[in-house]
Design a protein around this ligand. Structure first.
Ligand code: MTE
Length: 309
């Protein structure tokens, strides 16, 4: 993994300013609801203090803030790619509580303030490969999930970590329908959770997360398909059995528990060999483990990844 990348902070800031200014101009010219969504203008104003990670960050060109925050999967806010941006203000993320419990010596709760101040924040530039065969490069801000595992002190019979997203049927438009078995759930083995790549993200492009990207706290597991990277987490529980994961529960023949990016295992309805980077025309070859094999392939030695997909 190259250590050369150095995000040009100015260009990131400029990119965001241009994005917001364009929005403002468009909103004043065409004042209809599709454009005139105040959350798009005011989202993510709080700056974070962080150090830049050089060890695990990719040196590839990052996608723009506009691309990252306007083409999303977040079914709680709708199933269309633009729905999460358009409905972003429906996610109520004030006074957030993240509960850590289950088979641990030390259960605890993190509030919004703890989430950005308790653990040292790093910028990690990761590739995100979606199972729908598109990808992005995102400058996440967060801390290693390992910090939470260490603080919780799992008991010897804890083998997995289960994650649960917000349940708010009153406000979240997607949860008014039973499109998924709400709340959204995900899981990792503990050895996957303590891998240094597993990141708890609280921001991107230097500021707190836009709602549509999973404010105020989400998981990023860059060697797995994007759906493992659960958004707006309210509970992290240590358990002894493989936890339910939403997409595996929904369509077990299409989405397995592991869901490692694997160009050699086709999705039943399409190939996973190639991918389109958002903003590019030509497709790229998809890399095994999304290119993170040197850090994670040992986690799966001896496993048949065609069966454990
Ligand atoms: N988390 C929740 N709670 N709900 C979701 O619908 N979608 C997943 C994942 N996390 C999802 C979620 C999918 S399919 C993807 S590809 C990523 O979020 C997308 O993250 P992004 O919108 O920040 O790019």
């Amino acid at each position: 993994m190259s250590k050369k990348y150095n995000l040009d902070k100015e260009s990131a800031v400029t990119d965001e300013k241009i994005f917001i200014n364009r929005r403002k101009i468009m909103a004043s010219v065409f004042s209809f609801p599709f454009i005139f969504n105040t959350n798009m203008l005011s989202a993510s104003t709080k700056r974070l203090t962080f150090r830049k990670d050089l060890e695990y960050s990719t040196n590839e060109q990052t996608n723009t803030l506009k691309q990252i925050s306007s083409y999303n999967n977040f079914y709680e806010l709708g199933t269309g790619k633009r729905d999460p941006m358009l409905n972003a203000d429906k996610l109520k993320s004030d006074n957030w509580k993240l509960t850590i419990d289950g088979l641990v010596e030390n259960p605890f709760v993190l509030d919004s303030d703890n989430l950005i101040n308790k653990f040292p924040l790093e910028e990690r530039i990761y590739r995100l490969r979606c199972v729908e065969a598109w990808s992005m490069v995102v400058p996440w801000i967060g801390f290693e999930l390992k910090n939470i595992v260490n603080m919780a002190k799992p008991l010897h019979n804890a083998k997995y970590v289960a994650f649960e997203s917000i349940l708010d049927r009153e406000n979240l438009p997607g949860q008014k329908r039973n499109i998924l078995n709400w709340p959204y759930k995900e899981g990792l083995r503990i050895d996957e959770a303590v891998n240094p790549l597993s990141l708890i993200a609280v921001g991107l492009y230097g500021k707190v997360l836009p709602n549509q990207n999973g404010s105020p706290v989400r998981l990023i597991v860059p060697w797995k398909y994007g759906f493992k990277s659960i958004k707006s987490i309210v509970r992290i529980s240590f358990v002894d059995k493989e936890p339910i994961c939403t997409w595996n529960e929904q369509t077990p023949n299409e989405y397995g528990f592991y869901s490692n990016v694997n160009p050699y295992v086709d999705h039943p309805r399409w190939s996973q060999k190639r991918e389109r980077r958002i903003g590019e025309f030509r497709k790229r070859d998809t890399l095994l483990f999304n290119g993170y094999g040197e850090f994670v392939s040992n986690l799966y030695s001896g496993m048949d990844l065609e069966k454990n997909f």
